[in-house]
Write a protein that binds this ligand. Structure first.
Ligand code: BGC
Length: 535
């Protein structure tokens, strides 16, 4: 079968899985307040004007959370599927499951059917969100790996934006088409993902692990050798992969539990916390509950959906501000990007906490509809809150957003990568689920202090990154392993090279990819910290 070797094209198809993730995040937001939806899934009867009141709060919470709940499960099992059947096959399986879930939600006539459809959709997103980064990381050249996996985040932001506006637009259609249309349309990209993948090569590293060396060489030749199996890059990469596969076969304990052994637990905590922290930045407060925040800042007009437009703007900012990361994240390196992101988000959250604390008042009875809208601010401080919220989104988008996907697959050895990334991604979904559930109650009970809590998390993640997260940008995956396994003087037992001593060695990586020969000393310097710690 004819296969496509252009790495950008491969990434572009694979990240459609990311768009499904984005649909997942915004698939409810603009729909849950529409009459067709509230009447179809009505449990609470009608108000005095004859309008449907829809499901109870708890049941609505359950319907919303069904998706991240399913995603958590999907992410967790994806590692087993991906290691057994291949990266590509597992993503294709995800696409098929998404289509089934979309048919069920689109056709749903009652609450159980809707909830089951959302669990199925979530399951699919769990698989794709975990295995797309694994696939891309194993197929990319080191100097572009960050950018290529970063495309997944870009696709997520596009997915959120597109689905938000499709739902918003559909909410004006009379009848149940208001929700059936967007929930049916979302199946289309999954069809494209499935078909597109037929023409993409399997991960060469997974093929090698399965002893399918001939195919592994073919893929490397196609994607990195410009058709020449004897290109120095292909030969070097192949020998690195062979070394690792043979070593792993001889020495490794190839089970899930290895992630928790002394030699591996450090990587596991770094990877899992990359995803946990990305959730604890508070970004999804902005994604899920922006309308609450902007209502408190005076942007809503009773009886209208005026608050939706400024909310939509933040989704646009999210898409646009991911672009700098795609262009420069490999140049910036992972550590500086995470540190700057944590610092900036902490700053904007503190500004919002202070503005709400100093200028906020309790809302008048009947002023707002949700108990989560627990403060009201007017005038210039309200404008400052809106600005700081946009700036917060603009700080997450080029930093923790993309790096939270790029970093985990880089940390783990081949034999564990599928399962390890599955575990990290499931942590994303577990915290995503928890935040979606608890944030409204938190706003209702502790008002502006919610911002203080997230600011504290940002400060904690800054320190955690500084002391524990090593630089991985531009290093071949096999060399990252050496960094963690480093036992030379200056290294730390079970941790390897201290994180703050690790460096981004971009120039050397670029030269290697251009097939320039490096001197023995320079080769050592590809992971410059080895030299340093040996000194
Ligand atoms: C996070 C999502 C979030 C999205 C926002 C992703 O990296 O995992 O939870 O909604 O970014 O762009």
């Amino acid at each position: 079968m004819w296969k496509i070797g252009n790495i950008y094209f491969i990434a572009a198809v694979a990240v459609i899985g990311g768009a499904l993730f984005g649909f997942d995040i915004s698939s409810m937001s603009a729909i849950i307040s529409t009459q067709p939806y509230l009447c179809q899934f009505n449990q609470r009867g009608h108000d005095e004007n004859g309008l449907c009141l829809g499901p109870t709060d708890d049941v609505q919470g359950g319907i919303t959370a069904a998706m991240p709940g399913g995603s958590w499960l999907g992410a967790l099992v994806s590692g087993i599927v991906s290691d057994a059947f291949g990266r590509k096959t597992s993503i294709q399986l995800g696409a098929i499951i998404w289509i089934i879930g979309s048919v069920v939600v689109c056709a749903s006539v009652n609450i159980p059917m809707l909830a089951i459809g959302r669990v199925i959709n979530g399951f699919s997103v769990g698989i794709c969100s975990a295995q797309v980064p694994v696939y891309i990381s194993e197929i990319s050249p080191p100097s572009k790996r960050g950018r290529l996996i970063g495309f997944q985040q870009w696709a997520i932001t596009w997915g959120i934006l597109i689905m938000f506006f499709i739902c918003y637009g559909s909410s004006f259609i009379p009848g149940t088409a208001a929700f059936r249309l967007p929930w049916g349309l979302q199946a289309v990209p999954a069809g494209l993902l499935f078909l597109g993948l037929v023409f993409l090569p399997e991960s060469p590293r997974w093929l090698a692990k399965k002893d399918r060396w001939e195919q592994a060489v073919e893929v490397l030749t196609l994607i990195h050798g410009k058709g020449d199996p004897n290109s120095p890059w292909v030969i070097r990469e192949l020998s690195e992969i062979r070394e690792v596969v043979e070593f792993e076969r001889a020495n490794a304990d190839v089970s899930y539990f290895e992630l928790f052994t002394p030699g591996m637990i450090n990587r596991t905590q770094v990877g899992v916390f990359t995803q946990i922290w990305s959730q604890l930045t508070g970004m999804n407060v902005m994604m899920y509950y922006i309308t609450y925040v902007f209502t408190m800042a005076g942007l809503s007009e009773p009886g209208t959906n005026a608050v939706l437009l400024p909310s939509g703007i933040q989704f646009v900012i999210n898409v646009v501000m991911t672009v700098p990361a795609l262009l420069w994240m490999d140049r910036w390196g992972r550590r500086p990007t995470l540190l700057v992101g944590a610092f900036l988000m902490c700053f904007w959250l503190c500004i919002n906490a202070s503005l709400f604390a100093v200028y906020g008042r309790a809302p008048y009875p009947g002023e707002f509809t949700s108990t989560a809208e627990s403060m009201a601010v007017e005038g210039p401080p309200a404008k400052a809150i809106i600005a700081a919220t946009y700036l917060f989104v603009a700080s997450f988008a080029p930093t923790w957003g993309p790096v939270s996907w790029t970093y985990p697959p880089e940390l783990f050895p081949l034999r564990l990568r599928g399962k390890a990334v599955a575990l990290c991604t499931s942590a994303n979904w577990a915290f995503n689920f928890a935040l979606a559930y608890f944030v409204p109650a938190a706003f209702a009970n502790i008002t502006w202090r919610v911002y203080v809590i997230f600011a504290t998390f940002c400060a904690a993640m800054f320190l955690h990154v500084f002391f524990m997260f090593p630089e991985t940008a531009n290093k071949p995956l096999e060399e990252i392993e050496e960094m963690f396994d480093d036992t030379k003087p200056g290294s730390i037992k079970y941790i390897g090279t201290p994180a703050w001593k690790t460096k981004n060695t971009r120039n050397l990586a670029l030269r290697q990819e251009r097939n320039e020969t490096l001197s023995a000393e320079e080769k050592m310097g590809v992971s410059g910290e080895h030299k340093e710690s040996a000194a």
